[in-house]
Design a protein around this ligand. Structure first.
Ligand SMILES: [Zn+2]
Length: 120
């Protein structure tokens, strides 16, 4: 969890971030910010301040995850999993042994979209 906080990393690391918030008795504040993120608000900076983590607005490191690992996924079909609410910039290409990626912001499994992850 050393990545700067963005909506994409909040989506991916939600579970760990929430645990951190609960440990510091900041659960209600954390949940309030997640609710705002669900409505499309930019909360990365507020959340970073709340949890005393580094913040960054761009670029989002989650976008580069699979481009930085050539061949790691073997043959990749066109398409990727995207945020079910359309608010997170995160895109996940699912590996063979991976379960459905989960969006922490919306509390739902991510949605498959054939338009993403095609090498653009
Ligand atoms: Zn998401």
């Amino acid at each position: 969890m050393s990545d700067p906080l963005t909506l994409g990393t909040i989506c991916r690391d939600w579970f760990g971030l929430r645990r951190l918030a609960l440990r510091r008795r900041l659960g209600p504040e954390f949940d309030r910010l997640i609710a705002l993120a669900r409505d499309g608000e930019e909360v990365a900076d507020s959340l970073a301040a709340l949890l005393e983590l580094p913040a960054a607005t761009a670029p989002d490191p989650t976008r580069e995850t699979y481009a930085a690992l050539p061949g790691a996924f073997g043959h990749v079909a066109n398409g990727a999993y995207v945020c079910p609410g359309g608010t997170c910039p995160r895109e996940v290409v699912r590996g063979p042994a991976q379960g459905l990626p989960y969006c922490g912001v919306h509390g739902r499994d991510m949605q498959f979209s054939p338009a993403f992850g095609s090498g653009a």
